[in-house]
Design a protein around this ligand. Sequence first.
Ligand code: PNS
Length: 162
Amino acid sequence: MRRAVCPGSFDPIHNGHLEVIARAAGLFDEVIVAVSTNYSKKYRFSLDERLEMAAETLASLRGIVIEPMGEGLLAEYCRQRGASAIVKGLRSSSDFDYEVPMATMNRQLTGVETIFLHAEARYAHLSSTMIKEVAGLGGDVSDYVPRAVQRRFAEAAGAAHD
Ligand code: PNS
């Protein structure tokens, strides 16, 4: 069983994430989408909401498991889950510069490898931060996020107008 972990905040999950997860699912028997919590970070969506949005969106893909990652070391989480690789998307050279030191540290900690999948050009500008800003200011993000996320943004906008 070749198992990989796709870690992230997924606050919220967007089409760039989906594309990388789907490609990872084609390379591994099982992909764990590990939704992180960092108590020093302020999230737009709760952990339960982030898990639900990922689960609703990825329900049709085979070989995907979605679970909370907890607060500990990613390398240790991978070791406990029997995952030999971390899969991450790379959008730009600044992603590369940011990710390679972490990949090196993770490998030195437990031997886990990191595999980078280049983002498709149409998704290379996407980030959860930008999507939250556009949606929060009333912009249309329907080309960038799955329905489960669109629905939550719409609910939040509706609640704001109540
Ligand atoms: O979507 P994000 O917020 O960029 O995801 C970041 C994540 C979860 C991949 C990163 O914060 C992480 O690896 N956290 C685990 C803590 C850890 O292992 N730190 C040492 C890394 S060398």
